[in-house]
Design a protein. Structure first.
Length: 231
C-alpha cells in the first residue's frame, strides 16, 4: 500500500504513468472521439485531486485544476477546430460546392494531425519535467522527513516525501510561470474564439452547442461542423 501511495505522490515522474498517458492521449486523439480524450484528462485530474488530498493541501481541487489546465486547453482547441471547420475548409481553397465527403475527410485528417501535434507538444513537456525532476533528485538526494519518533508527519514532511512537489509550488497561481501564463492565455483565446464564432461563421449559439456535444459523442467523431443540423 505504501508503494502505491508513493506512486500517487510522484506519478508525473514515473514511466508507468507517463508512457500510458502520453500514448493514450495521442492514440485516442487520432482514432477515437474527443470524449475519450476528455475522459483521460479527467482521470488525470482525479489522480491529481487524490494526491493533493493525501498531501492535506488546502484547496486540493484548485491545485489539481491548476496542474491539468493545459490538458483541458487542448480539449477546448478541438472544439475550436470543429466550430470553425467550414471556415477553415474555405481557407484551404475548397469551393463551397466541393465541401462534400472529400473535403470533410481531408479536413478530418488535418484536424487530427494538428490536434495530435498539440498533444505531443504537451506530453513532451511532461516528459521534460519528469527528466528535470529526476536530475534534480539525483543531484540533491531524496529529502528526508523531519519528523522523529512517534510524532505524526507534518504537512512539510509530506511535501518533502512527494518527490516532484517543490516547497515553492504551494499555491503556485500566486507566482505563475511563463508556461502557466501560456496555458491560461491559450485557454482564454480558444474560449473567446468559440464565443465569437457567430460573428465569423454561419452558426448561432444553438448550432455551436450542438457541434460541441457531437464532438463529445463517445462512439463517433463526426465532422458535424460541415452540417450541424445533420442534414
Amino acid at each position: 500500500m505504501t508503494s502505491f501511495i508513493n506512486w500517487i505522490h510522484d506519478h508525473d515522474n514515473r514511466w508507468s504513468f507517463i508512457l500510458p498517458y502520453v500514448g493514450g492521449a495521442i492514440l485516442l486523439s487520432i482514432f477515437m472521439s474527443m470524449f475519450w480524450v476528455a475522459m483521460l484528462m479527467i482521470a488525470h485530474l482525479l489522480l491529481e485531486l487524490w494526491r493533493f488530498s493525501m498531501l492535506k493541501i488546502e484547496r486540493p481541487l484548485l491545485h489539481a485544476l491548476w496542474h491539468t489546465k493545459l490538458d483541458f486547453s487542448l480539449v477546448i482547441v478541438a472544439f475550436v477546430f470543429a466550430v470553425y471547420a467550414e471556415l477553415i475548409i474555405g481557407l484551404l481553397g475548397l469551393s463551397y460546392a466541393a465541401r462534400g465527403a472529400q473535403a470533410v475527410a481531408r479536413f478530418g485528417v488535418i484536424e487530427r494531425s494538428i490536434r495530435s501535434g498539440l498533444l505531443i507538444i504537451d506530453e513532451l513537456g511532461l516528459l521534460a519535467k519528469a527528466f528535470a525532476k529526476g536530475k534534480k533528485n539525483d543531484a540533491n538526494g531524496k529529502p528526508v522527513p523531519a519528523a522523529a519518533g512517534n510524532e505524526a508527519p507534518s504537512q512539510q514532511d509530506m511535501l518533502d516525501e512527494a518527490l516532484h512537489y517543490d516547497h515553492d509550488e504551494v499555491n503556485p497561481w500566486k507566482n505563475p510561470t511563463k508556461g502557466d501564463w501560456f496555458s491560461i492565455g491559450f485557454a482564454v483565446a480558444c474560449l473567446t474564439l468559440i464565443v465569437m464564432a457567430p460573428h465569423f461563421t454561419t452558426y448561432d449559439y444553438h448550432d455551436i452547442g450542438h457541434i460541441i456535444l457531437e464532438e463529445l459523442h463517445p462512439w463517433s467523431d463526426h465532422d458535424v461542423a460541415a452540417d450541424p443540423a445533420g442534414t
